[in-house]
Design a protein around this ligand. Sequence first.
Ligand SMILES: [Zn+2]
Length: 433
Amino acid sequence: MIPASGSYRLANARVHRSLTPGLAAPFDADGFALVELTVADGKIASVVAHAGSKAQAEAVDLAGRIVLPCFVDCHTHIDKGHIWPRKPNPDGTFMGALNAAGADRAARWSAEDVARRMDFSLRSAYAHGTKAVRTHLDSVPPQEEISWPVFEAMREKWRGRIDLQAACLLGIEGVRDKAWFERLAKRVAAAKGVLGVVTYMVPDLEELLDQVFAQAIEHGLDLDFHADETDDLAAVSLKKIAEASLWNGFEGNILVGHCCSLARQPDLEVLDTLDKVAKARLAVVSLPMCNLYLQDRRNNGTTPRWRGVTLLHEMKARGIKVAVASDNTRDPFYAYGDLDMLEVYRMATRILHFDHPVGDWPRAVAATPAEVMRLDGAGTLAAGGNADFIVFKGRSWTELLSRPESDRIVVREGRAIERQLPDYAELDELMVE
Ligand SMILES: [Zn+2]
């Protein structure tokens, strides 16, 4: 369907208002418009509303199929991915996940093991239509010395297909070893990475956050936090991060993931936190599939009663940048997943009510995470940008989000790619005891 020449016109392409900046077109109630999309030399030459219903001669008629820009996945853990067969979560809880993943890391994460699982994950993401991925890298000693070189090599290997970014991952208590943390920040800076920690409500949280911000400022790094992945009402580290950003005068980008406990807190507490998050210009990413899996896990014969996700609607209404992302894939934190951002969006639509109206929620898997990751122009369809997009079978939200769309066409720099999902059997030899 997509001409191999790399230069063509696609007629009757259905595009969404939230992902086609500047397009003047009659949009329908779902935010869609039919356009003619012209591609030349791997770039989008123009996106123009159809004047009439008739496609111009020699254009490929997409007959109203939805075309979205390639996805941006801003929160993943591809260093952990696919270890489930050798290290399952014994009870589906967060503590079960932490302990299992930690034991597997200590025992098994050689450079080769990490590299092969990472590459497997990236092949899946690429085949599903993702063009940029940020992964966290477990960076507790001695893993940081193993995983960061693997990341640097993997980023080179995938350059031009997936923009790969990495953030270090360690519990905030690791920052207490000041000399070690300074060395880590330097290593992250050398790899052009992002500085990340997991915040807990430790007594010295504010001092430790100040050290994190000080290192980020010293090395010019963006920040990426895991915060409040719990139903504990006392977990308010999202607010602490916003306050620390304000009093440190931080000017880089900050992305905060999870923030689950916020959804359990009283309104006055929530409003105060959201005011500070907006003022500090924090961006928030929700991980709906992992939150649904880990939060409110009971193991006592009773049924979960809440969805685990944070308050994305309230955040977006205040102008806070919000995204959704994959998080873990087939590891103790989440038994499933394949880095398919259409699945993430489909699940987010159900879990977080990204519908009726859809509004600009599609930005949460494309344009917004691209801004947070400083990927200029990614996640949108606009003249002058790379012709990186996905052609679906669906012609409406209900068609798009009801089937897996396994036959979607992924176009990169104007050409349809071969969409080959890696075979699980490839990893079998890494899974033996
Ligand atoms: Zn995570």
